[in-house]
Design a protein around this ligand. Structure first.
Ligand code: GDP
Ligand code: MG
Length: 181
């Protein structure tokens, strides 16, 4: 019985972080990535993604296709914000999220989901604490620059929606032993 072996067999916690179109347009990508990187979490997936315009317009289609970007995005629209799709601001939210390129990221580490939510700050940037991403870099809920999963289950689910398996990278950071005893 070796505790470190048992620990390494535990499910790794991961979260889906996305720089929204306003964050990309405002040149905040580097700053945002840097906060998670400096904190000590592990980046396992990273890409720039642009929603095809016709897809954004057709987001209410009932269209099932093979596993491809179209289907991933459609699932995303239906799934990603499934708790919000009856809200009055939902059409504006879809318009916002599909209005330009986004940066998709998968981050890994014990406690990463809750910690990333703290680094991001409250949904309303005016309520977000200074030092958080939204507290430092945004002024309105409808332009709050970044998304972060709200539970480990949703972290896995959202990474599954946004990344194909070959796009994720498993690696051991050189600094690993200096981050955890
Ligand atoms: P989050 O987990 O902090 O991102 O917040 P939610 O999951 O509650 O909402 C998802 C996203 O929907 C938010 O980040 C905002 O971009 C958007 N949103 C939420 N509430 C509102 C609202 O009242 N008005 C507008 N325009 N957008 C909203
Ligand atoms: Mg949320």
């Amino acid at each position: 019985f070796l505790p470190h072996l048992v620990a390494s067999m535990e499910q790794v916690e991961e979260t889906y972080i996305m720089v929204k179109p306003d964050g990309v347009q405002r040149g905040l990508v580097g700053d945002i990535i840097s906060r998670f990187e400096k904190k000590g979490f592990k980046l396992t997936g990273l890409k720039l993604f642009q929603c095809p315009k016709d897809l954004a317009e057709a987001c209410c289609w009932e269209f099932i296709d093979d596993f491809n970007l179209f289907n991933i995005y459609l699932q995303w629209l239906q799934e990603h914000y499934k708790d919000l799709n009856s809200k009055p601001f939902f059409p504006k939210l879809i318009e916002y999220i599909t209005s330009g390129p986004v940066v998709c990221m998968a981050w890994e580490g014990a406690g990463v989901v809750a910690s990333a939510r703290k680094l991001i700050g409250s949904t309303d940037p005016l309520q977000a604490e200074p030092g958080t991403i939204r507290g430092d870099l945004a002024v309105q809920t409808g332009r709050n620059v970044v998304h972060g999963s709200d539970s480990p289950e949703n972290g896995k689910r959202e990474i599954g929606l946004w990344f194909k398996e070959g796009e994720l990278c498993q690696w051991t950071p050189a600094q690993a032993q200096w981050l955890r005893e």
